[in-house]
Write a protein that binds this ligand. Structure first.
Ligand code: TRP
Length: 332
């Protein structure tokens, strides 16, 4: 009776992830594998809601897949696949679109932000993005979804869609819960520590990419913006140092008191170098494993094909039942 809970999450294929994606999400995905059944996917279908260069998208999807493996997601233990390889998501998306209100979608802050940023391409896919995300989750009847703050509103909508479907057609979908991780460190920009670390930042020094080499990582940390004080301590108003402390803590496991003691009497320079070195050393095995995987395309292909097969096996049963529920004629 003690069946393991099912976790579902997905990440958009941007080729490489930031240190923020890694500490805030991907690293936790790998530890969740110990306690739960996990299904993870590369959301390439979500990616095309903004214009993509096809060759780049393909390359980035493969790289993101390999990167998740390099970060410790075991494609045997978990189901790791590419979203567009499981047709069930698009099929269920349609049904869910027909059970999602225009008003609900209009209220999504991500839609509002993205339509402002891409005023020349406010396409229907961008608008219905949350229905597809709901389809991803509901196609597996996932119990829990680890999401960051920026996706909380979408998950809330997915819950509403599931509840509405259940009301209309009879109890069917599990209503997914957010999974809140204990270490929810939000990693901020190294150049403006009041802003989230982001790959799309104009200043390349603002963001650590997990495939950056050691010298680059150390250089970026050495240039990190801090205050004019000299005390390495976690305090209100010291956003830059606080950010560096939470990063250092996340990769070394040391708490803030330990870090304060370690750097008592030393300056910011020493601290920044130490953070850079700790991060670079922590990410070194990820970089090595990533290179190894990218050099073995046959193995990578075998992993994602197997992942898609397993994803389809589960989701096609659930989606067929949803088809029946809404009144589609069963296939012969
Ligand atoms: N929209 C999510 C993001 O951009 C990615 C995503 C797609 C997702 N489908 C999902 C996350 C299902 C959780 C569950 O980060």
């Amino acid at each position: 009776m003690d069946e393991k809970k099912l976790i579902f999450s997905a990440i958009q294929p941007t080729g490489t992830f930031t240190l923020g994606n890694y500490i805030g999400a991907v690293r936790n995905w790998s530890s969740l594998q110990e306690k739960f059944d996990c299904i993870y996917c590369i959301a390439d279908m979500h990616a095309i809601t903004v214009r993509q260069e096809p060759a780049k998208l393909r390359q980035h999807s493969l790289e993101s897949y390999a990167l998740l493996m390099a970060c410790g997601i075991d494609p045997q233990k978990s189901i790791l696949f590419i979203q567009s390889h499981a047709d069930t998501h698009a099929c269920l998306n349609w049904i869910l679109c027909c059970n999602t209100q225009f008003g609900e979608l209009s209220r999504m802050t991500q839609f509002k932000d993205k339509s402002q940023r891409h005023p020349d391409d406010i396409n229907a896919g961008l608008f219905t993005y949350p229905s597809l995300m709901a389809a991803d989750i509901l196609a597996y009847n996932a119990d829990m979804v680890p999401v960051g703050v920026d996706q909380k509103q979408h998950l809330e909508l997915a819950r509403n869609i599931a509840q509405r479907f259940n009301q209309h057609y009879g109890e069917f979908f599990k209503v997914p819960k957010p999974y809140i991780t204990e270490v929810g460190a939000k990693i901020m920009s190294l150049q403006d520590p009041t802003k989230k670390m982001s790959k799309s930042d104009d200043n390349p020094n603002a963001c650590i990419l997990i495939l950056d080499d050691k010298d680059t990582i150390i250089r970026k940390f050495r240039r990190a913006v801090t205050d004019s004080d000299t005390l390495v301590a976690y305090r209100e108003g010291k956003d830059g140092i606080n950010n560096l402390m939470s990063i250092y803590s996340a990769v070394t496991g040391k708490n803030y008191d330990e870090i304060e003691n370690e750097f008592a009497g030393k300056g910011y320079g020493d601290f920044k170098t130490a953070v850079g070195e700790a991060v670079a050393d922590h990410l070194e095995p990820v970089r090595t494993e990533f290179a190894k995987l990218m050099a073995d395309r046959a193995y990578l292909k075998q992993c994602y094909s197997d992942g898609a097969r397993r994803a389809m096996k589960i989701s096609s049963k659930i989606v067929s039942k949803a088809y029946h529920k809404v009144g589609f004629v069963d296939r012969a």
